[in-house]
Design a protein around this ligand. Structure first.
Ligand SMILES: *Cc1c(COP(=O)(O)O)cnc(C)c1O
Length: 373
């Protein structure tokens, strides 16, 4: 058996994105035990860096050792008790996953349907909450990666709070790449991932809970039906005063990577990172339109800057083109999911990959496989 040598792909799909070389370097530092004093210091620094990244003062800001989907499950299972009414705004695949989780944990999901490829219409949320005044939680996705649509969660959150519902918001694809202001927008429970805007390896889910969310979780009438996700148990590892209790074996090297990724983002300045993502994606959209006549399915003003869903032109074999990009140009892009399967390509310029060189590379590769000069 020879050692495994992965191809150095250009990952311009919906995630994972390429990992920053400095993060890859950080991953290979010597492993520490999960209760080593030096490791506890690292956890403290990650907490501070995450507060910066989420734009929050929330004490309960930390990392789950699992992908973004567990962040979703964690937020929902802590915030919702069996029988609770939960309004979920659904305009894509990932919001639909929220509905599945709400139902699995015994919540009563009320679905606000939005057209795939459009931002959630705030009026629809307002109407659903007026019809269901006893709703405990409103849940929505900021950047719906399956469609490329970015919803105005500042407004959605205002509406939820007006109706006395707390907010669970998915910022998996937005964090680090597009503006996310947890405190200013009053988001009560948010989760993200490590492998998209943060340019780190997959497998970590940054989360943040507001004081109101924590109060709600602490005053649950029924115990949470999950061991791993139970906030009070996680707290003893992440926040135990003076002494930390073992909860699970934290993947130490992954945390080194995350710390490095967050530090790089802070050094750049998160506002600068948001701007960089916007500018590079605007260039990509313009060139795809001008040079290849390819158009985003999402109307201008509702697009995730750094994750585009592009309409596959009539008569073009979606999978064949994607496969040629991979085999001929070493370039991975994403296929459509759910309702958009076969209809769109999804192109990400996320984190380390949001740069002009890759805009060029992407446009030129598309020109080649679509036989356009
Ligand atoms: C990627 C993604 C998830 C799931 O994250 P994983 O790390 O794949 O588990 C959830 N929500 C959105 C919006 C995503 O884009």
């Amino acid at each position: 058996m020879s050692t495994f040598k992965p191809i150095n792909r250009i990952l311009m799909g919906p995630g994972p994105a390429n990992v920053h070389p400095k993060v890859l370097e950080a991953l290979s530092k010597p492993t520490l035990g999960h209760l080593d004093p030096q490791f506890i210091e690292l956890m403290e620094e990650i907490k501070l860096l995450l507060r910066y990244t989420f734009k929050t003062e929330n004490k309960h800001t930390f990392v789950l050792s699992a992908p973004g989907s567990l962040g979703m499950e964690s937020c929902l299972v802590n915030m919702i008790e069996p029988g609770d009414k939960v309004v979920v705004c659904v305009g894509g695949f990932f919001a639909n996953r929220m509905v599945q989780i709400v139902e699995k944990i015994g919540g009563q999901a009320i679905v606000v349907k939005e057209t795939w490829g459009r931002a959630v219409d705030p009026q629809k949320l307002d109407d659903a909450l007026s019809e269901n005044p006893e709703t405990k939680v409103a849940a929505f996705v900021h950047a719906e990666t399956s469609t490329g649509a970015l919803s105005n969660i500042k407004v959605l959150s205002e509406i939820a709070h007006k109706h006395n519902a707390l907010v669970v918001a998915d910022v998996v694809t937005s964090l680090g790449a597009a503006e996310v202001l947890v405190d200013e927008w009053n988001l009560d429970a948010v989760y993200s991932c490590s492998q998209k805007g943060l340019a780190c390896v997959a497998g970590m889910s940054p989360v943040s809970f507001s004081d109101n969310a924590v109060e709600r979780i602490k005053s649950r009438k029924t115990p949470i039906k999950s061991w791993f996700n139970d906030l009070s148990l996680l707290e003893s590892y992440w926040f135990g005063e003076g002494k930390r209790a073992y909860h699970h074996t934290a993947p130490a090297n992954q945390y080194y990577g995350l710390q490095e990724a967050l530090r790089i983002l802070k050094d750049e300045g998160i506002e600068n990172a948001w701007r960089r993502h916007k500018e590079n994606s605007a260039k990509l959209i313009k060139r795809l339109k001008d040079e290849l006549n390819l158009e985003p399915i999402v109307p201008a003003g509702e697009r995730i800057p750094h994750l585009l869903a592009i309409t596959v032109p009539a008569g073009v074999d979606e999978a064949k083109i994607r496969n040629e990009l991979l085999t001929k140009h070493n370039l991975e892009i994403g296929a459509g999911l759910g309702e958009l399967a076969g209809k769109v390509w999804r192109i990400g310029l996320m984190g380390y990959n949001s740069n002009e060189k890759l805009v060029d590379y992407c446009v030129n590769s598309f020109k080649d496989v679509l036989n356009k000069k």
